[in-house]
Ligand binder design. Structure first.
Ligand code: HEM
Length: 471
């Protein structure tokens, strides 16, 4: 009998310790005097993932911000998160206290891009790679790409001519891929471009699919394509080294790089960063360019103003038989504001993810170690406090600079986008050719958004394009 009581006593002791420790783990604020931010954690395990994905994710973020304010907690995709919707909070995480928040991506995505790509890292390795990538994408480097980007834009647009319906986003992806290749490799043999394109296409398709190694699934095929991409890159590197073709493009910079003690980068590190940059460059720029086509189409008066600006540039160039110059791309004030407003309005990177590496205090709240932290760029870009009438597409708002830290389409701090100038150049060159030579019509009248994962107009914005006669 005494034994039974002993068993019951130990059973309850174990149960109560289990409950106590689980509660303590679930609610780390119990360990400190600080309280967790307001918000709800939803259902056990799934948290609020269904609420987030059963609607436009931005509706979820906005309704949470209305209810709880600039900082709130939630639980999505199996992780407890703190979401931050103010410029100060975004600056805290991305700039001033960036060392307390590390980048975090699902392992399945890291595997496809390559674990040595700079955006998965912090500290010395990240800094070294970032300097190299930034150098190859600096204003001094990209000014030499204008003529090549122009040729790519002109040939892309010519291929749309004739009025057949095209998927604008898919076509923009082809163009941004070519620009990515130019920035990474400079001039590259056509057969290498075709091989890279073929395999990158498979990788891209698998990236947003369910991660499983089962052969034949999109993810399984993407893993195989990633291996082939390594082989192709290895061949390109060998050829460049043999012919001593080490230029100022990204590959040249990566191959030339030597650490403090003379260490060179391994081929895997080079390959991961090349695929990483290609990945960062393609869908992002293509989505924004698709939105630009839509916004210009929906705002005929604005389109006329952009046309007038670009046709004036074209006239000068035709009369003097020259192509678009770097300095001309820096003097397109109306078009440039359209680019900025499109970046704000579409906010294609609505938020980013970090993970707290220690317990962090923000404005009296605890952000527990291990929790995901998400600065919500889109909420900031669409807050009427910073952008009057935020749902209105109004490029003239950029006649005055936005308040500090309220406009972050390219992020902020140590991981801010090193490709931002290239992306803007690419968009300006495309718009120059689009509006000065073409007219277009959007097909269908639905005004929806589709996530893949970046927001793009429904079905990639089906549209017809015609080259206008030059008379
Ligand atoms: C409109 C187009 C683009 C947008 C909106 C965009 C946006 C961003 C944002 C928001 C980040 C920071 C993400 C974070 O902090 O977690 C980022 C990082 C990055 N972007 Fe872009 N990007 C664009 C185009 C490009 C292009 C064209 C390239 C390269 C040619 C590029 C290369 C990168 C790289 C390498 C990083 C990682 C930087 C690091 O971790 O240090 N991006 N981009």
């Amino acid at each position: 009998m005494g034994e039974i009581f002993l068993y019951i006593f130990f059973f309850f002791l174990a149960l109560s310790s289990y409950i106590y420790f689980r509660r303590d783990k679930r609610d780390p604020s119990k360990k400190t005097k600080l309280k967790l931010p307001p918000g709800s954690m939803g259902w056990p395990f799934i948290g609020e993932t269904l609420q987030l994905y059963s609607q436009d994710p931005n509706v979820f973020f906005v309704s949470k911000q209305k209810r709880y304010g600039e900082i709130f907690k939630t639980h999505i995709l199996g992780c407890p998160c703190v979401m931050l919707a103010s410029p100060e909070a975004a600056r805290f995480v991305l700039v001033t206290q960036a060392h307390l928040f590390k980048p975090t991506y699902p392992k399945s995505k890291e595997r496809l891009i390559g674990p040595s790509a700079l955006f998965f890292h912090q500290g010395d390795y990240h800094l070294r790679l970032r300097k190299l990538v930034q150098g190859s994408l600096s204003l001094d480097s990209i000014r030499n790409l204008v003529a090549h980007i122009e040729a790519a834009a002109a040939s892309a647009l010519d291929s749309w001519d004739g009025g057949r319906v095209i998927n604008t986003f898919h076509e923009m992806k082809k163009f941004s891929f070519e620009v990515g290749i130019l920035a990474i490799f400079g001039q590259l043999k056509e057969h290498y471009i075709q091989e890279l394109k073929k395999n990158y296409y498979i990788l891209d398709k698998g990236y947003n699919s369910f991660p499983t190694n089962i052969p034949g699934t999109p993810y399984g095929k993407a893993v195989q394509a990633r291996k082939r991409l390594n082989q192709i890159l290895s061949e390109i590197i060998r050829e460049k080294r043999e012919k001593k073709l080490l230029e100022k493009d990204l590959l040249g910079c990566l191959l030339n790089s030597q650490g403090e003690k003379g260490q060179v980068l391994t081929e895997d590190q080079i390959a991961d960063n090349i695929i990483g940059v290609l990945f960062a460059a393609q869908d992002t720029t293509a989505s924004v360019m698709t939105w630009i086509v839509k916004y210009l189409h929906d705002n005929p008066k604005l389109l006329e103003a952009v046309k007038a600006e670009q046709k004036a540039v074209r006239k000068i160039n035709e009369e003097s038989n020259q192509s678009l110059s770097w300095s001309q791309t820096r003097k397109m004030p109306i078009t440039y504001k359209v680019v900025l407003e499109s970046l704000r309005m579409a906010s294609i990177i609505s938020f980013t993810f970090r993970e707290a590496v220690a317990d962090v205090e923000y404005k009296g709240y605890l952000i527990p170690k291990g929790w995901k932290v998400m600065p919500l760029f889109r909420n900031i870009h669409h807050n009427p406090e910073f952008f009057t009438d935020p749902q209105k597409f109004d490029p003239s708002r950029f006649e005055v600079s936005p308040k500090p830290n309220t406009f972050m389409p390219f992020g902020s701090g140590v991981h801010a986008c090193p490709g931002n100038e290239l992306a803007k150049l690419e968009m300006l060159v495309l718009v120059h050719h689009l509006v000065s030579k073409f007219r277009w019509e959007v097909v269908g009248s639905q005004n929806g958004i589709q996530y893949g994962p970046f927001p793009v107009p429904l079905q990639g914005l089906p549209a017809r394009f015609w080259k206008e006669s030059t008379s």
